[in-house]
Design a protein around this ligand. Structure first.
Ligand code: HEC
Ligand code: HEC
Length: 341
């Protein structure tokens, strides 16, 4: 880095002939402090340039050169890579319909979205991730036109300090089935008799029949008219993460562009008479989060969090039409035989 900037200072005239500075050895930079980058007057321009290069190295194959989600690999992917031009971001701490915060984007890029093709880019330096966050915002005018995103309130978690979460899980099961009717899209995890008990407990009418496939989720189109299946928590991955905090975020904030509503605004229901305990309150968002987590934990993980990662250096890019590289086959190669690489 140092040698690089001295070089830039001294041999400005020879600039076009200079080799590019090697980014891979660049340490993370503390972004809270002002810094000077040689002859560059604007740090944001240089970050944006970095973002463009990093995007071309790591993201373009899926999200596309124009950010419209139709990179070459997108043909084979379900769910499809995000279309940054439309700018509907799903996994955010902000209400459905709002843009995500930088922290949300950082979480997605660093962790990836388990259960989709979106990989974890944990190994990229913080600065590169920051540059990518800046760069993907250039694809949609929403980022300059809309109000800055505001995270949903984080209500106190009454169960946090309890080592045994069974009370939260029990309450969560009741609210999930009896009040919030999460089963109108996700599966129901209790039988119809129990379901009616829960519905009545929250002041609803018991029902003769429910939809026939209550143990499965109901497909719902998103705003781009793709069919999405709300996860069956005992079987499918949740992409926004599976800690109680992650699930609280997904449930409270809702999922932009999909049927999954914002719950934090519709769950403060007082009891019938004044002085009655509230029927449901925001604390129940935590109860449901622990309940959903307990369902998720019934499925053995195929791969533990953080085990799958993408390496922190770009792959060589072979252009279309370029002669294919000759791959040496081992002499003993047999059809169906597998090799360790
Ligand atoms: C192998 C394909 C692939 C690559 C490479 C990839 N992504 Fe993604 N990405 C996806 C898919 C698929 C989704 C959508 C998942 C979904 O809808 O659940 C996604 C979604 C996202 C989202 C949206 C999250 C949200 O809240 O909606 C962001 C942001 C994102 N990717 C950033 C990046 C960045 C930055 C890179 C490069 C560093 C990158 N992606 C590389 C496949 C990829
Ligand atoms: C109107 C339909 C609908 C209702 C009601 C609904 N959801 Fe969802 N939910 C969805 C859809 C659709 C998705 C999946 C979006 C996707 O594929 O990206 C989803 C996704 C989720 C996710 C997973 C997010 C992730 O990380 O992948 C959680 C957790 C969740 N819902 C919990 C709940 C809970 C708890 C309730 C009740 C309080 C509820 N949902 C009610 C439609 C619904």
């Amino acid at each position: 880095m140092k040698r690089c900037s001295i070089l830039i200072g001294v041999v400005l005239i020879a600039l076009p002939m200079m080799p590019a500075c090697d980014d891979s050895s660049r340490p993370d930079v503390d972004m809270s402090k002002r810094s000077h980058f040689g002859f560059q007057t604007s740090i944001s321009t240089s970050l944006m340039e970095e973002g463009k290069v990093a995007y071309a190295n790591y993201c373009v194959g899926c999200h596309g050169a124009n950010g419209d989600g139709v990179g070459e690999a997108s043909l084979f992917l379900n769910p499809k890579p995000r279309n940054f031009v439309i700018g509907n971001f799903k996994f955010s701490s902000t209400r459905s319909g709002q843009l995500p915060t930088d922290e949300d984007l950082r979480r997605t890029i660093k962790r990836g979205l388990k259960g989709s093709a979106m990989p974890s880019f944990k190994l990229l330096p913080d600065r590169t991730v920051d540059s990518l966050i800046g760069y993907i915002k250039t694809f949609s005018p929403k980022w300059t036109e809309n109000d800055p995103p505001v995270p949903i309130p984080l209500v106190d978690d009454p169960y946090r300090k309890m080592a045994d979460k069974s009370e939260a899980i029990k309450r969560g099961e009741a609210v999930y089935h009896g009040y919030a009717n999460c089963w109108s899209c996700h599966p129901s995890y209790v039988n119809d008799k129990k379901l009616n008990e829960y519905i009545v407990a929250f002041g609803g009418q018991s029902r003769e029949t429910f939809r026939p496939d209550m143990d499965q989720s109901v497909g719902k189109e998103n705003v781009e008219e793709e069919m999405l299946y709300p996860p069956d928590f005992r079987r499918d991955y949740v992409r926004g993460g599976m800690t109680a905090d992650d699930i609280y975020r997904s449930v409270s904030a809702g999922i932009t562009g999909t049927a999954m509503p914002t719950w934090v605004d519709s769950i403060d229901v007082p009891g019938k008479k004044s002085g009655d305990p509230p029927l449901v309150s925001r604390a129940d968002l935590w109860a449901m989060s622990y309940y959903v987590q307990s369902l998720i934990l019934q499925r053995p993980p195929l791969m533990e969090d953080g085990k799958a990662q993408i390496r922190n250096r770009p792959r060589p890019i072979y252009l279309h039409g370029a002669p294919p590289k000759k791959v040496e086959q081992p002499a003993t190669s047999q059809p169906g035989q597998s090799f360790e690489f």
